[in-house]
Design a binder for this molecule. Structure first.
Ligand SMILES: *[C@@H]1O[C@H](CO)[C@@H](O)[C@H](O)[C@H]1NC(C)=O
Ligand SMILES: *[C@@H]1O[C@H](CO)[C@@H](O)[C@H](O)[C@H]1NC(C)=O
Length: 336
């Protein structure tokens, strides 16, 4: 994309060379980490790996796919951890911490789960075994787990996944308790999208967390995915993060990217830079917001173009691994 390069080059040249990098700045702001998602096929690119293991930028990794149900229990009771193990080894070698992703989600489920016609008790035992075995395999090696992923619809009702339609909400405490038993030191999160600003979905999630706490169910954190669109950062982001933290749980920005309708223009790039800064400032301002994770750091491996037709350029590095102005937006956010 030569047109991209020609647009970006003057802007890149204006970024001062600096040792200020994303993780060093996050930690200077009192956060635990700045990190990124990654995926196993990407690890064959040595230039990519060189940046992935740059601990000045990244002190935390999340496997984008290889700990999901279809990857880890493709047949009932048959567990495969090779992909997840590879990411954990990659992180450990460089002293990076891990977020585990995820135990229970309605997507990337094997057919044996979705089409098994299990009754309530059987599906609960399947959830318990899956979460317990998965989290147990990585005991002591994962800082935090997304135990429950995307349990809600945007209107705040529960998503009618196979788990909800079969067990009601019972699968949620079952998964959380299994995870706690399997690794008592891992922080257990509920993770979702479209909970960046206040609204019905954020309220529903907060109510669930309150209920879980009242019931004595282990819950330690709320993961705010933060897959945003350029120019659409919710004005209530900081207040919403604070509201979540006020429930007495950790809050983390777990899957940050900010996409645009292509092609990139100087106006969109400038807005994206400002938007990244706004997101970081919101986390910085809320002491309970403990870290930020990009949903991969380079446009080369972003999920956006494959999911949202005509959109992309969502990451702080471009497809050639050059820093974009968005990178500087993150720097400014931590430094503000
Ligand atoms: C599923 O079983 C649990 C545990 O016995 C129970 O609390 C819950 O109400 C059941 N859910 C449904 C939808 O029957
Ligand atoms: C890694 O990705 C970069 C940037 O797109 C590309 O130039 C390079 O050829 C890739 N290397 C390998 C070994 O695939």
């Amino acid at each position: 994309m030569t047109k991209t390069t020609s647009v970006l080059l003057p802007l890149l040249l204006s970024i001062p060379l600096s040792i200020a990098q994303l993780n060093t700045l996050a930690q200077a702001a009192g956060k635990l980490y700045f990190g990124t998602a990654t995926d196993n096929p990407e690890l064959t690119n040595t230039s990519y790996v060189a940046q992935l293991q740059n601990t000045l930028d990244f002190h935390q990794l999340t496997p984008a796919n290889s700990m999901k149900w279809d990857a880890t229990e493709p047949s009932q009771g048959v567990f495969t951890f090779n992909g997840g193990d590879q990411i954990v080894t990659q992180a450990k070698t460089h002293g990076q911490i891990m977020r585990g992703h995820n135990c229970v989600w309605h997507n990337q489920l094997p057919d044996w789960v979705t089409a098994g016609n299990f009754d309530n008790a059987t599906l609960l035992s399947i959830v318990q075994n899956h979460c317990g075995t998965l989290v147990g395999h990585y005991k002591g090696q994962i800082y935090a787990w997304d135990v429950i992923n995307e349990a809600f619809n945007d209107d705040g009702t529960f998503r009618e996944s196979v788990f909800f339609t079969t067990t009601g909400t019972s699968y949620i405490p079952t998964a959380l308790r299994a995870a706690r038993a399997a690794d008592p030191n891992a922080k257990l999160y509920i993770n979702d999208f479209n909970i960046e600003g206040t609204g019905a979905k954020s309220t529903a999630l907060a109510n669930l967390v309150k209920q879980l706490k009242a019931d004595g169910v282990p819950i330690d954190g709320i993961g705010v995915q933060t897959h945003l669109i350029v120019g659409e950062v919710p004005t209530t982001l900081q207040q919403n993060l604070q509201n979540f933290a006020d429930l007495g749980v950790e809050v983390a920005i777990t899957e940050l990217d900010i996409r645009m309708t292509l092609p990139e223009t100087p106006v969109l790039i400038a807005q994206q830079t400002a938007d990244y800064q706004t997101v970081i400032e919101a986390c910085k301002a809320v002491s309970g917001c403990i870290g930020v994770t990009l949903w991969d750091w380079t446009d080369k491996f972003s999920w956006v173009p494959g999911t949202f037709a005509g959109q992309g350029a969502a990451c702080p590095w471009d497809e050639n691994f050059l820093k974009k102005p968005a990178y500087q937006g993150i720097v400014e956010g931590w430094q503000s």
